[in-house]
Design a protein around this ligand. Structure first.
Ligand SMILES: [Zn+2]
Length: 486
């Protein structure tokens, strides 16, 4: 029943600039796979000094820098882009798969559309999607959230610690190695992560026998991986949007918009029809997106992030609504509230099942890959989320959802701010929208503007601005419920 946004494999990771361009060196045996932009040279000699480490981000006890470690695969130096997070190295799965292609521990990485997960297949050469080994082209970090993508290896769910940094997923190499079966070690003299592709299956993460220098080496004791139980949408690909316009908040996926259920689980059950509660009291669930360690999209210059911005708008809106006698429930009321996707979805279900709800409204502010995208975008329900809709006079929730989406867009565009329209779009992917629809309750996810864009952010960079946004939402809601029963 539920369709998903079609991903175009992992190619989205290839968006960014190409700068390697080094010629292949070495003999064909040891050179990188064909078409590789990466230099393959033998690791020679000790590094003169530990490479300088520039901390790019220091939040929530996490220190993040571009990885300055060398990487060698079977003695040949390669250059995957990586990050060093609390002294552990993280790389893209695709780059690792690319580097190991044709070798004993080769593995493929694809997006499994059916299971909505990243699928790793061992013993298979990597399917080149384009863009492997390219640097991201960004010197700063404008997005850093845990990667909630579900990952499977040969069909079985696996857990690895990963982070979505600037819309690419990076996984702790210490977690990848034992899963895929390559050896990993640390050469303290050359500051090199040593990958041995020929290692027989390695059942456990191995403990290096040397102490790594700080900020370079994966720790010897693997930490409990953060549960990657929430699919990111970071490898879902838009079909038409120019690449510099890719809205990251939507397409690359903050955790709270994605289906947190483990992929591959049996079909979702048919949820009971609950529908809007027609009792004369308008009850709205306001969901300020993100929160806690998930800041959402942010502005690279001002640092303004969705966490607080979404919450502030929601709080103003709550005040306005309550003054009109509307009952408001919030998914979170603090910037420090961590609401992982699973928790958020459970909360929505719980509130839906209380049976008093009329509407779910999720408040977000967008971001794009190159910070150039602008404008308002609304995500609404498609028809048929609840199989009960249309029977026995039960109105499909998409009717109200879509009507509100249009009203919100019109309300935003008529604020006189010069906001451009990106349209009202149906989504089957964002659980804040479809979860309530499964019970027959309307929902809309609002992206007022692009918080990461230099011009758009000016529309939301003061309390008055956020109040104005709340008022625009309020007006749209009041207009809708003049004629919609509640
Ligand atoms: Zn968001």
């Amino acid at each position: 029943m539920r369709k998903r946004v079609l991903p175009a494999a992992l190619a989205v990771l290839a968006l960014l600039s190409f700068s390697a361009g080094a010629a292949l060196t070495g003999d064909p045996e040891t050179a990188a796979p064909e078409g590789s932009p990466l230099p393959a040279e033998a690791v020679t000699g000790p590094a003169a000094a530990p490479p300088a480490v520039v901390t790019l981000l220091d939040v929530d006890g996490l220190k993040v820098s571009q990885s300055t470690s060398r990487v060698a695969v079977d003695g040949l130096q390669v250059a995957p882009e990586g990050y060093c997070i609390n002294q552990e190295n993280y790389y893209k799965l695709r780059d690792l798969a690319y580097l190991l292609s044709g070798k004993k521990s080769a593995f493929d990485v694809i997006w499994d559309d059916q299971l909505s997960c990243i699928s790793m297949l061992s013993g298979k050469d990597y399917t080149v999607a384009g863009g492997e080994m390219l640097p991201s082209g960004s010197a700063s970090i404008y997005k850093f959230v845990p990667s909630y993508s579900a990952v499977r290896l040969n069909g079985e769910p696996v857990q690895m610690t990963g982070y979505n940094i600037n819309n690419n997923n990076y996984y702790r190499i210490r977690d990848v190695a034992p899963l895929v079966g390559f050896g990993i070690d640390w050469d303290k003299d050359t500051y090199t992560v040593v990958i041995d592709s020929k290692t027989e299956e390695t059942p456990q993460p191995s403990v290096p026998d040397v102490t790594p220098p700080a900020a370079q080496m994966p720790p010897t004791t693997p930490e409990t991986p953060q549960e990657p139980d929430l699919p990111d949408s970071d490898i879902r690909i838009p079909v038409v949007t120019p690449e510099d316009q890719l809205p990251t908040d939507i397409l690359f996926g903050p955790s709270d918009k994605e289906d947190p259920e483990a992929p591959g689980e049996p079909e979702e059950p048919v949820y009971p029809w609950i529908g809007p509660c027609i009792d004369g009291e308008l009850t709205i669930l306001l969901d300020p997106g993100h929160g806690g360690s998930d800041a959402g999209s942010s502005n690279p210059v001002t640092g303004q992030a969705e966490n607080r911005t979404n919450l502030t708008v929601a709080k103003y809106l709550k005040e306005m609504l309550e003054e009109e006698g509307v009952r408001v429930i919030m998914t979170r009321s603090s910037t420090s509230t961590n609401l992982r996707g699973t928790d958020r979805k459970a909360r929505v279900r719980e509130i839906c099942e209380e049976g008093e709800l009329d509407l779910v409204l999720s408040i977000h502010h967008n971001g794009s890959t190159k910070h150039t995208a602008r404008g308002s975008e609304l995500f609404v329900q498609p028809a048929g989320l609840s199989p009960h809709a249309g029977q026995d006079g039960k109105v499909d929730s998409s009717v109200t959802s879509q009507a509100l989406g249009k009203r919100l867009l019109n309300s935003y565009l008529s604020m006189g701010l010069g906001l451009t329209s990106r349209g009202v779009k149906e989504t089957n992917s964002y659980y804040m929208v479809y979860t309530s629809g499964q019970y027959g309750i309307p929902a809309v996810l609002s992206e007022f503007c692009f918080i990461d864009n230099a011009d758009d952010v000016k529309l939301i960079d003061s309390d008055d601005d956020l109040k104005a946004e709340a008022k625009a939402i309020f007006d749209a809601l009041m207009g809708l419920y003049e004629t919609t029963p509640y």
